[in-house]
Structures are given as structure tokens and as C-alpha cells.
Design a protein around this ligand. Sequence first.
Ligand code: UGA
Length: 435
Amino acid sequence: MRIAMIGTGYVGLVSGACFSDFGHDVVCVDKDQSKIDSLKQGIMPIYEPGLDRLVASNVKGGRLSFTTDLQEGVAGAEAIFIAVGTPSRRGDGHADLSYVFGAAREIAEALTGPAVIVTKSTVPVGTGDEVERILREVRPDARAWVVSNPEFLREGAAIEDFKRPDRIVVGIDDEEAAEVMREVYRPLYLNKAPLLFTGRRTAELTKYAANAFLATKITFINEIADLCEIVGADVQDVSRGIGLDNRIGPKFLHAGPGYGGSCFPKDTLALLKTAEDYQTPLRIVESVVTVNEARKRAMGRKVIQALGGDARGAAVALLGLTFKPNTDDMRDAPSLSIVQALQDAGANVRGYDPEGIEQARPLMPDVEFFESPYKAAEGADAVVLVTEWDVLRALDLTRLARTMKQPIFVDLRNVYPPAEVEEAGLRLHSVGRAQ
Ligand code: UGA
């Protein structure tokens, strides 16, 4: 089957590579010439485990190619995916759909035969209707269908998530188009992955509801963590205690410095805007957004408190800067708020991250970056574990303690057992435990 993927961002590139690995003939299209040139040379624009190998083997197999020419990509394609960005619109938080609609128009103009046009980008309810309107306006005679097929993959585990999805949601009520989508996902479908066919608006909303629910779960446990610290309970045990209840489930109950990334912050805001437009407020999601923003700032205050309430002139090393491990993505990372709070309080901030330093550098002026966590910790008054990269889960704490000026260790991900930290000679400040 011939597939065109418009947009080689996170979702587009991973999906395109995975579809080609299913045996489809995939052309990835992007307007950015330098990105396409790099991809042709096997250079990935993002850090995602396994992606370079997956791309290389499918390019070699002749199933995956890259072009800036949308017309060439769309010609003969039976399924055309729109996977362009939908950033928050400056000023009002609405999703900016100009790239989606622009792509829809160009696709409509380039159609050569029957095709499904599939929005994979996260788009507000009703976007499919507008894409359909554009399609009919440009090509009233075209045999084409507009489908919503939201993506649920996580950065850092994107290939695994794509190939072993909990479910695939497809919003279309036309049987012929549904058949094309079954063919697109044939290997997963044969493997009994649930393929859920819904109305188009339902599929669009399902994506936002899923992300908002996950953000709510995290925010809930973060607030419980605050209470644990006050009443002398342990949030990890509370998480386990509630997570073993099948109705609740254990995932997304890890207390931490607040959620970040390119999805939860943007999607919760866009969902609130939709709710506002339809005069149906989502009060729980409103609270989640407010509480999470406040939490990111509160984490900076937590470090200052660990320093005895005064951070002036203190050297603080932040370990792990990206919003989560296995990505170089710094978008809305909690580390950004923490750095800001510490610098405002007069601290000298240092940073270490296995993959994110290049992305972090322009966003964190006046932070000194180091190539190793131990180098960053040398002479520091406090070390703060912000993001739980594997290398940071296996720190030699005694070695760390030996070179620090003060033995203050703030573990915002509760990676290390308190006894181990103390044995190494460090004073632990963690999340959701009596301090
Ligand atoms: C999220 C969703 O998990 C994906 O299903 C979805 O497809 C994606 O957004 C998207 O809309 O594209 P992602 O943002 O890559 O994926 O990362 P997550 O693993 O969900 O983590 C998001 C944030 O929540 C991170 O900052 C992470 O540290 C935080 N988190 C996650 C916690 O603080 N505690 C947890 O228990 C889980």
C-alpha cells in the first residue's frame, strides 16, 4: 500500500518509519529542505531510541523515502496522513491549525486518485469537518474521505507504543474508508490490537480526553504527595496502595516535579479552549492546568528550602533537564521553572543532561553545562535530580557526596531509597515523604 506522510515531526517521522516497517511504501514529506536533506543522509532531527536504525533499514529496503515535494508524495497514495504541528496559538491557547489546513489544501490539489486523508496531528473537535470542507471546495469531484486517527505514542517509547498500541482509534463512518484504514494497520489488526471505529468528532475528542485524564492522574498524585509530606505518609506506598486497584491502575501515579512536554500542557489548554467555545467548562481540567503550573514553580522553592531558605551564591546542580528521559525535548520541562526560581533567588545553576544540553542551552541563559553528572556536582551546595534518565538512576552517590560542598540531595523523582542516600552521606529531600 502507498502512504504519504505530511510532516516529519515527532509523530510523522515515527509513524512513517513504522508504517514502512509494516511493509507499506511510505513517502515522508516536509517543507523544511534541510530536514529532508539530513533525513536522506540518515541524520534524525530528534532523539528517539531505535528510530535511526528503523529509518535506515526501511530506506535501504526501498520502502521509505523523503521529499519536499508534496505533489510527488501524494501522487498515487491511498492513505495520506497529515502529521504537521498544532502549536498553541500565541495569546489565546487555541491550537494553531494553519499548518493542518494548509496541508489539507495542498493535498486536495495534488490528489491523483481515490484516497483517505487522515489527520494524525492532535486537532480540536470539528477540525476534520473543516478539512473536509476544504477538500470539497478544492476538489468537489474527488473520491476521498477525511478520517481522524489520533496518535497515542509517548516520546522515548514511541516505536514500541506505535507497534504495540493499547488501541487504535479511527474516526470515520464510511465503510470503504474504514477498509483502507484496516489495511493501513493490518499487522496490528491481525495481531488483535483493538481497532476502535468511532465518529470523526468522537475520535478527535478521545485524544484530548486521554491526555487530559493522564495529566489529571499525575496532578492528583502530586497533590497527594504534598499532603503526604505534611502528615508523614509515603506517596510511593499510597500510589501502590491505590494502583493495585484495577479500577485505578498503577500507571501515571508517579509523583514528581509536574508534567511537561509537547503534549499535556498544550493539549489540556486546547481542550479548555474548546470547552469554553462551547460554553461547557471543564473545571477539573482547569484545576489540573493551574495546579501543575504552580507545582513546577514550587519545586524551585523546595530546593531553596533544602538550602535553608537562602540560595544566594549557592551552586546548584540540576541533573536531567528534558521533560522526561530518552528524549532531547525541552518543551515545558519542569527544569525550566526550577532554573528560573533558583536564579531569581541568586543561585548559580549548573546543568547536566544525557541528550538535552544542546536544546537546553538557549533556553537556560547563565546556566553552566557539564558533560557528566559528577562534574556538575563538584563543589555544589545541592544536587537536584529532576529527570530520571537511566544513567541518573545508577549514580554512585558516595562519589557524588565526596566532591560536593554541602551534602544536599533533592530527589524530585523518588529514584533513590532514603537509606541508600543517607548511607552515602547525603541529606535527602524527596517528594511526598516526611522530610
Ligand atoms: C503523552 C501521552 O502519554 C501519549 O499517550 C500521547 O500520545 C502524547 O502525550 C501525545 O499527545 O503526543 P509524552 O508527552 O511523550 O506522551 O510523555 P509522557 O510519558 O506521557 O509524560 C508526560 C509528562 O508527565 C512528563 O513530564 C513525565 O515526567 C510526567 N509524568 C508521567 C509524571 O510526572 N508522572 C507519571 O506517573 C507519568
